[in-house]
Design a protein around this ligand. Structure first.
Ligand code: ADP
Length: 245
């Protein structure tokens, strides 16, 4: 039995070839235990997005292994990878990526419909309740605030009961109060439901909601902090950003 939701073993991702190549990730090894909340931070260009894309099966490493649950991604065909993402992985992005023509409940039901299931209304309503949106299920995205739209996106990501939820700056487009509400929801899902969350952020306050913060510099892991507050995280980031190139 595995207790890790996601594992990266010596993952390298290089873009381009020869003299023009860029090593976005350089032999990164990380484990993300089930039921934990990890934030990934680092200066711009340090490899955060590439890490998320490789860990989520959206991009393929040049070398190394990525395991989600018990499935090793390297050898999977595009079709198998798509199925794995659909059934085992949830995403929330900075821009909520909701379909404007669909109501909240239709947006939330979409991943199950795409997987060929007919979602029960009860399940859709349960997950909308879980994100605190019981009352606005018939509204379209344009009729909702940013915070409400991100809650719908969160419900959509959770409807498949994913093994891991990835967030790419999920509070980046929200004001700080609304952002905190969304982070509190994520924290609650980890604590109450045992959800695994991996979130890229540049915001030390957002990162302070995580159990652990992993720092990347130049595509390599440059240490981590456990249970740190926003001030300690901000101080670490300031040091990393001030380092000589
Ligand atoms: P971050 O998310 O920390 O800003 P990225 O993962 O986006 O960092 O990028 C890491 C490095 O890889 C950067 O030097 C970036 O320019 C480079 N990179 C990212 N994506 C590509 C790409 N598609 N083609 C070429 N270089 C890329």
């Amino acid at each position: 039995m595995t207790t890790d939701a996601v594992q990266l073993r010596s993952v390298t991702r290089r873009y381009g070839t020869g003299g023009m190549s860029v090593t976005a990730l350089d032999q990164v090894s990380l484990t993300f235990p089930k039921g934990t909340f990890t934030a990934v931070m680092g200066p711009s260009g340090s490899g955060k997005s590439t890490l998320l894309q490789c860990a989520a099966g959206l991009d393929r490493p040049t070398s190394g292994l990525v395991t989600v649950g018990r499935t090793e991604l390297t050898g999977l065909s595009e079709t198998r990878l798509t199925l794995l993402r659909r059934e085992h992985i949830g995403f929330v992005f900075q821009s909520f990526n909701l379909l404007p023509a669909l109501t909240a409940e239709q947006n939330v039901a979409l991943p199950l419909r795409l997987a060929g299931h007919r979602p029960s209304r009860a399940r859709v309503h349960d997950v909308l309740q879980q994100v605190g949106l019981g009352g606005r299920t018939r509204h379209r995205p344009a009729e909702m605030s940013g915070g409400q739209q991100q809650r719908v996106a969160l419900a959509r990501a959770l409807i498949t009961r994913p093994d891991v939820l990835f967030g790419d700056e999920p509070t980046g487009a929200l004001d700080s109060g609304t952002g905190r509400e969304v982070l509190t929801l994520l924290r609650g899902m980890v604590d109450r439901e045992g959800q695994t969350v991996i979130m890229v952020t540049h915001d030390p306050v957002a990162a302070s909601y995580a159990d652990r913060v992993v720092f990347l510099v130049d595509g390599r892991v440059n240490g981590e902090l456990t249970g740190a507050g926003a001030e300690d995280i901000a101080a670490r980031m300031t040091r990393l950003e001030a380092r000589p190139c």
